[in-house]
Design a protein around this ligand. Structure first.
Ligand code: AQP
Length: 340
């Protein structure tokens, strides 16, 4: 029996941080043998906000290498670059033409990111969820691992599928597969080190707000030393008046692979002076094997290029089959250059 298929990705908008790892990549790794996985570096998404053309290519490679360093296994998973598979842009256009504008204007992430950009907000940012729908639907993904921040986008993807199948499919032959969310509980939202009410994010201006997967030990130590805390003694979870305390305890729980109950007990009497060195040591130890593996992968750049090219070819083959199906359903003249 075929394994269910998974599609997910990360934008090369900067260095991967603990939020990306604990909220996404680590669970991909843990569950990968149960699925047929496609993991892409979503570089077309990265240009929906102003980007640096000098760093985009390197960031794309870094993320592909970090997927491998974190434990993505090519036996179960395909790694590829979104912009190398032209079907993503093509399907996004077709989906654009059946997606009502007001569905996109309702998206919370668009509203949040658009506010930051004022007059300069691009059509691409508004269209981000349609491109994401194309990413998912091209691979007939059964499941999409999503954090809380992406739930609304997956709902939109499902609405687009229902609309296309309704308008252009038959009941016994739907055009597109309806994907299901795979909701993460633990680590669903890792918060900023500078503000426990804000998501840890690559685009936060302050480097001190996040721990990057490639931060050396002394940088991790400095960031945890400077992170925001409160004047209380004793540490506990789930106190709405202590968001930083909850976040740092959660980080410690996830990085030390302990249960919440065990950490609550261990840290109940601690002050920050005792807890911060413990968290520092744990974070450094958790990232050390990833950093060592990353070094090995970069030392053989030719092999990394080969892995990406093989992933692109496999992804392209699958994606173009879906694109052809959608083109046919929408009534286009068959393209003699596309594999049928
Ligand atoms: N703080 C977070 N906590 C838990 N999960 C997170 N993810 C991101 N930040 C956190 C998850 O990481 C995956 C890839 O995210 P992305 O790079 O595609 O975009 P993002 O969610 O917008 O991440 P950033 O770091 O905030 O990027 P920028 O600053 O460029 O917008 C997703 O599964 C996401 O849920």
């Amino acid at each position: 029996m075929n394994k269910p298929r998974i599609l997910s990705g990360v934008q090369p908008t900067g260095n991967l941080h603990l939020g990306n790892y604990l909220g996404a990549i680590r669970s991909w790794v843990e569950q990968q043998q149960h699925y047929d996985n496609f993991f892409c570096v979503v570089d077309l998404h990265a240009i929906t906000v102003p980007h640096n053309p000098q760093t985009l290519a390197q960031d794309t490679l870094t993320i592909a290498a970090l997927y491998l360093a974190c434990g993505i296994d090519l036996q179960y998973s395909t790694i590829f670059v979104q912009s190398h598979v032209s079907a993503h842009s093509e399907l996004a256009w077709l989906l654009n033409c059946v997606t009502p504008l007001n569905w996109l204007e309702r998206m919370i992430q668009f509203k949040e990111k658009a506010i930051k950009q004022g007059e300069n907000v691009s059509v691409g940012l508004l269209d981000y969820p349609v491109l994401m729908a194309a990413d998912i639907l091209l691979y007939d993904a059964d499941k999409v691992p999503v954090g809380e921040d992406q739930k609304q986008h997956l709902e939109l993807t499902r609405d687009i599928v229902i609309r296309i199948n309704d308008k252009f499919g038959r009941e016994d032959a739907p055009v597109l597969k309806l994907p299901e969310p795979l909701i993460r509980k633990e680590g669903a939202r890792v918060m900023s080190l500078a503000d426990g009410t804000k998501k840890m994010s690559k685009s936060d201006e302050s480097e001190l707000s996040r721990i990057n997967l490639l931060d050396p030990p002394e940088v991790i130590q400095k960031k945890i030393k400077k992170c925001k805390t409160d004047p209380q003694r004793g540490l506990w979870f789930d106190d709405p008046d202590r968001p930083e305390c909850h976040n740092l305890l959660t980080l410690y729980t996830l990085l030390s692979n302990q249960t919440k109950e065990a950490v609550a007990k261990e840290c109940a009497e601690m002050g920050w002076g005792q807890f911060k060195p413990l968290l520092t040591e744990t974070a450094i130890a958790a990232l050390e094997p990833i950093q060592a593996k990353y070094g090995e992968i970069l030392a053989d750049r030719g092999e990394l290029d080969r892995i990406i090219q093989a992933g692109n070819a496999k992804a392209s083959h699958t994606a173009h089959q879906t694109l052809t199906r959608v083109r046919e359903a929408l009534g286009f003249l068959p393209d003699p250059h596309q594999p049928q």
